[in-house]
Design a binder for this molecule. Structure first.
Ligand SMILES: CC(C)(Nc1nc(-c2c[nH]c3ncc(Cl)cc23)ncc1F)C(=O)NCC(F)(F)F
Length: 294
């Protein structure tokens, strides 16, 4: 099997269409076609937004992050492509034609049963356990950032916000409110901008909810708006933290097995140290898959 080239020549990357906009970059579907006969492979190419040099350093960190990850439940890094001399660069990743979990569940809802949802959940857990072993916090774990490789394999993607936890601390503190929807944020991430493996576990609980509601918008309250600089959102963020403090949580999705909802509630423990670890969640889900009583 030929080793993937990690250096892609821009002249052989044929643009096909835009896949979407991620954290500070857009991702395009391209065909890498050095022979020029359309037999080349399809790839997902993440381009840095032009003339945002400040992001260049961040982007290089993202490339370094994803190129160091080797796990079947994490989207594969293929290489980089330099353009404009070495002034600009793009990240080349494997292209998964089934797209994100959100579109997949909306399209295939009728033939995805709870056993398969649990299989997806266990794979996301495995990917997160691997990330944790590398001291990374994802910070943007959501169904929109999970890709479907096949009907029995999903992969975590979009490492634009991923940070390394410093060796002497258990969390990463960002200096400014992120651009992510607070709907997926743990309370301490909203109030103190603190991100840890345990705040990723909170987000995993939200992903479980998305899985078992087949990412239907009606089933969960509107994604509370972005934290950002529009003035009214701090009050929305504080309102959310207050009702969480009073133990309000998302209601169980329709037909969600009670033991799965119990698992979500465990992930949503207000105090981060009361939340389970990804390895214990993975074990629990594995037993649910085995004795699946659906
Ligand atoms: C920002 C971007 C492009 N958005 C989309 N990617 C793909 C999409 C479809 N197939 C893909 N194969 C690889 C990659 Cl990196 C993306 C896609 N499909 C739809 C998107 F909106 C993305 O990265 N989303 C996170 C992901 F879906 F990947 F988890």
């Amino acid at each position: 099997l030929s080793q993937e080239p990690s250096l892609y020549e821009e002249r052989h990357l044929r643009y096909i269409n835009l896949l979407g906009k991620g954290n500070f970059g857009s991702v395009e579907l391209c065909r890498y076609d050095p022979l020029g006969d359309n037999t080349g492979e399809l790839v997902a190419v993440k381009k840095l937004q032009p003339n945002k040099q400040s992001n260049m350093a961040e982007f290089q960190r993202e490339i370094h992050t994803i190129s160091s990850l080797h796990c079947e439940n994490i989207v594969k890094y293929l290489g980089v492509c330099y353009s404009m001399g070495r002034l600009n660069m793009s990240l080349v990743m494997e292209y998964l034609p089934n797209g994100s979990l959100v579109s997949y569940l909306e399209k295939n809802r009728q033939n995805v049963n709870s056993k398969r949802l649990l299989l997806f959940a266990s794979q996301i857990c495995k990917g997160m356990e691997y990330l944790q072993s590398m001291r990374y916090v994802h910070r943007d774990l959501a169904a929109r950032n999970i890709l479907v490789a096949s009907e029995t394999l999903v992969k975590i993607a979009d490492f634009g916000l991923t940070k390394i936890i410093p060796f002497d601390k258990e969390y990463y503190r960002v200096t400014h409110p992120g651009e992510s929807p607070i709907f997926w944020y743990a309370p301490e991430s909203i109030t103190e901008f603190k991100f840890s493996h345990k705040s990723d576990v909170w987000s995993f609980g939200i992903v479980l909810h998305e899985l078992f509601s087949y990412c239907e918008h009606k089933q969960n309250p509107k994604k509370v708006s972005m934290i950002g600089n529009d003035m009214q959102s701090p009050s929305i963020a504080m309102h959310l933290v207050n009702i969480l403090k009073e133990n309000w949580r998302l209601p169980a999705p329709l037909h969600c097995p009670p033991r799965v909802y119990a698992m979500m509630l465990n992930c949503w423990a207000y105090n981060s140290e009361d939340r389970p670890s990804f390895s214990s969640l993975g074990e629990q889900i594995k037993t649910y898959i085995q004795d699946d009583r659906e």
